[in-house]
Design a protein around this ligand. Structure first.
Ligand code: PEP
Length: 249
């Protein structure tokens, strides 16, 4: 099965202003890229401006998170109906959101079901901590996360459901995993999806964690890895472009 390649920039709480976000979006939108799907995930406050700026391009815009309820008294949160027309989809279960918002797998499962149920794309992030990695527990952690996180979803369409393997110890540390470790993780993720009744063959698995222009070739060549979720390096348009190029077939 041929899976298209996808590179998504997660801008996190950057850049400093909406104006800066627009400038970055315009540069990404103007950069030619062959045969690689591209996405950016700006901060919520810049979603509308960035979506407008990229409307005539094929760069998809993602929210960095979405709430599990349809509406209600949830101060500071975004619902799927608010994202409709503004974003192609959302990142769900990023480790920084798990850490800062107290999201557990039960909550992630509800967010994922809400996003996919609304017709949005969802990039589900999973990955082990440094201690779990050191104890050789990566596979068991991933199996458990996948089983729990997809437990509320009945339709895992490969067009809309994407998994990002993001070892927590590699995020923002400048210490990416090896390509071999990422490949093994992708294999575990697909086996866990299959075991839960999903057809994993068509589902894209991205790697995320200190991907840079210098480290990307490792992941572009890694079996079972279909692209990258890029944090820090996605804020530099040239470096992001180099990462995208590395995934071009
Ligand atoms: C991320 O936060 O999704 C990420 C991969 O960050 P970085 O590339 O900065 O490690």
């Amino acid at each position: 099965m041929t899976r298209g390649r996808l590179v998504v920039g997660n801008w996190k709480m950057n850049p400093a202003t909406i104006k800066d976000a627009l400038a970055l979006a315009r540069t990404v939108g103007a950069t030619p890229h062959a045969a690689v799907d591209i996405g950016v995930a700006p901060p919520a406050i810049a979603l509308a401006a960035v979506t407008d700026a990229l409307r005539s391009t094929d760069v998809a815009v993602f929210a960095q998170d979405v709430h599990w309820e349809a509406s209600g008294a949830y101060t500071g949160q975004l619902s799927v109906s608010m994202l409709r027309g503004l974003a192609a989809g959302a990142i769900v279960g990023h480790s920084e959101v798990r850490r800062d918002q107290g999201d557990d797998d039960a909550r992630i499962a509800r967010k994922l079901a809400r996003a996919l149920g609304a017709g949005l794309q969802a990039i589900l992030c999973v990955g082990e901590t440094e201690a779990e990695f050191a104890q050789g527990r990566t596979a068991s952690v991933l199996k458990m996360q996948i089983a729990r996180d997809i437990s509320e979803v009945s339709d895992l369409s490969p067009e809309r459901f994407i998994v990002a393997y993001e070892p927590i110890w590699a995020i923002g540390t400048g210490r990416p995993a090896s390509g071999a470790h990422a490949s093994a993780a992708a294999q575990t993720i697909r086996a866990a999806l299959d075991a839960s009744g999903a057809s994993a063959d068509g589902i894209r698995v991205l790697y995320g964690g200190s991907v840079s222009a210098a480290s990307v070739s490792e992941f572009a060549a890694a079996d079972g890895i279909d692209g990258a979720l890029v944090g820090g390096a996605s804020l530099k348009a040239d470096e992001f472009a180099a990462i995208i190029r590395a995934f071009a077939p």
